[in-house]
Design a protein around this ligand. Structure first.
Ligand code: AMP
Ligand code: MG
Length: 318
């Protein structure tokens, strides 16, 4: 069983030995390995049961280190990096030969990010290689936002989980790529479209897998609980179903079967609680989960994206 602790030197030792470990970031917990070691990268895919067509994000702590593994860094990308790094923004940049095809699933771009978590930044600063790290959950399941979530699902497969507390953002990074002069959002996440547009002007949002060969990881069904999840709530809900609400409880559902993401309607608070509350509901003795959709603005968009993918095999109530 994995050891859960806060010892950065221990995490470093496991990584130097070619192992994969759980690491905290401000978005969700990652399953990290040496990005320059193909065996470590292979282990990441094995432990997660992740298909090899789904590329990994490479994490580092400085722009200086990053320039070694990207082939170019367009001005508009630099502008975004200046404003949002360290932070929940991933940039797709042309890769240098230092990055293996395993990491990029054969694409010629690599996804890179400087995360904003003091423990992760300290770990990265102590390493002379970047960390490839997808979310530390079995492929397709809800992403982990605490060390305990990682242990519950991958604890028997990895030696160490570096505990950095609860994730402050709680949903994955926004993924942005560049096509000619256009800035394209491939995954909605912790940086809102509005925030991006305040820096670079109009962006294009293209987050559907069918029309989106550039982001093979954006599968329609993802981030899913084991229970059936429906979007919206019927007027007469089934009495053995739970409810995930933005701010208001539903009078027709048992209070103990409900989770309220943000009573004061703060998107950041709602995002922070989203995956943890979904896990709690998933563990209750209920048949399914109704989930309220958010207004389509700010982080509400990314939250809706996660809820839709979690509900992908089901349908909308209203
Ligand atoms: P995860 O770290 O588990 O959130 O997954 C990383 C996601 O980043 C993948 O599922 C892809 O959608 C995306 N990604 C990583 N590298 C690339 C790339 N080179 N091009 C497009 N999307 C990428
Ligand atoms: Mg993931």
């Amino acid at each position: 069983m994995a050891i859960i602790d806060t010892d950065i030197a221990q995490a470093k030792a496991w990584l130097l030995a070619g192992n994969v470990v759980g690491v905290p970031t401000e978005t969700v917990y990652g399953l990290a390995g040496n990005a320059f070691n193909e065996d470590a990268v292979l282990k990441i895919f094995q432990v997660k049961n992740r298909p090899h067509f789904d590329p990994l994000i490479v994490h580092t702590n400085s722009l200086e280190k990053l320039t070694a593994f990207v082939a170019s860094f367009p001005a508009v990308a630099q502008q975004l990096a200046e404003v949002f790094w360290p932070g929940p923004l991933t940039l797709l940049l042309p890769k240098s030969p230092l990055i293996s095809d395993l990491i990029t699933a054969g694409l010629n771009t690599v996804a890179v990010r400087i995360p904003q978590h003091p423990v992760m930044l300290e770990l990265l600063a102590a390493l002379d290689f970047p960390l490839a790290a997808p979310s530390a959950n079995p492929f397709g399941y809800i992403s982990p936002t605490s060390a305990a979530h990682v242990a519950a699902q991958l604890g028997t497969k990895i030696p160490y989980i570096l505990d950095g507390g609860a994730c402050k953002v709680g949903i994955e990074s926004t993924i942005v790529g560049f096509e000619g002069t256009e800035v394209v959002v491939y995954r909605l996440g912790g940086i809102s479209v509005e925030a991006l547009e305040s820096v670079v002007g109009k962006v294009r949002v293209q987050t559907h897998s069918s029309s989106n060969p550039n982001a093979p990881g954006m599968l329609q069904s993802h981030y899913a609980p084991r229970k059936k999840l429906l979007l919206g709530c019927p007027e007469k809900p089934a009495d053995n179903w739970g409810y995930l609400a933005f701010s208001q409880p539903n009078a027709h559902i048992f209070p103990q079967y409900q989770r309220i993401l943000s009573p004061t309607r703060q998107y950041t608070e709602a995002a922070k609680h989203l995956f943890g509350y979904l896990r709690q509901l998933d563990a209750l003795p209920i048949a399914g989960i109704y989930a309220e959709l958010f207004p389509n603005e700010d982080l509400g968009r990314a939250i809706n994206d996660r809820l839709r993918r979690a509900a992908a095999d089901a349908f909308v109530v209203e």
